[in-house]
Design a protein around this ligand. Sequence first.
Ligand code: CP
Length: 301
Amino acid sequence: MKRKDLLGLYDLTAEEIVSIVDEGVKIKALLRNGQKKFSDLSGKSVVTLFYENSTRTRCSFDLAAKNLGANVINLGVANSSVQKGETLIDTGKTLDMQQNDFMVLRHPAAGAPRLLAKTVKAHVINAGDGMTEHPTQALLDFLTMKEKFGKIEGLTVAILGDITHSRVAKSNLYGLNKLGARVRLFAPRTLMPAEIGTLGAKVCSTREEALEGADVVMALRIQLERQHAGNFPSLGEYAKYYGVDDKALSLAKPDAIVMHPAPVNRGVELTSSVIDGERSYIEDQVFSGLAVRMAVFKALL
Ligand code: CP
């Protein structure tokens, strides 16, 4: 890939997405066979900067870089000079002068990784910015879909949940459209951006319309931290009308899979029987995350 940075799937071509996913498939097979040491990033330095909480993304970037032989610094933002008021740009310049080759950034502000990328020589990877994009989450989702179905073109992917606040939904939408999948969206009206229909997805008015015949059922996390906004009356009502239980899942194709970027609110977006059921690929998504992040480092190098 002839890019310095990975900022979002909005920017990538279908060919670039496919090449990362296909490399991820190969890496995952090697990891499955027990290989954990690679030398692609030998002599390189990676710094992760997470201005928001994370378990999966942060740990998998850390592990991906270490598996590839890099030196890794996990900057603890809570204990860094960010707390003294240092700007993102000044932090980035400092890390640049320390000759870091990659900066992996999660930030609550939309566009923060793009701003950092303009400022520093290092490769910048967006690990989630505001409500904008989470490109490596979508790439790992594609890896799981590709392994399960052998292709992404022609799949019907139903995405249910908080579309408005979800960077995962946006990255999936951009990428799936480029790869020739059909995307259906279903959410409470208060959590569905008005303009989303112009981005190539079918906005469904019932859960049944979204799930009927779907290959992939992707539920999104209800962001409890935003619940005070009153976007839906209660978690119980959300679960009843917008969540997925076994009965709702039976509307999808018999070989349909269930995905969720996690962390999951058990009993809200998905019932425990769906999360822990045989059609759930949520744990596989975590494994795909490690492989695809290794593929992203390799692609940018
Ligand atoms: N899916 C995801 O981004 O999870 P974390 O917030 O734990 O990284």
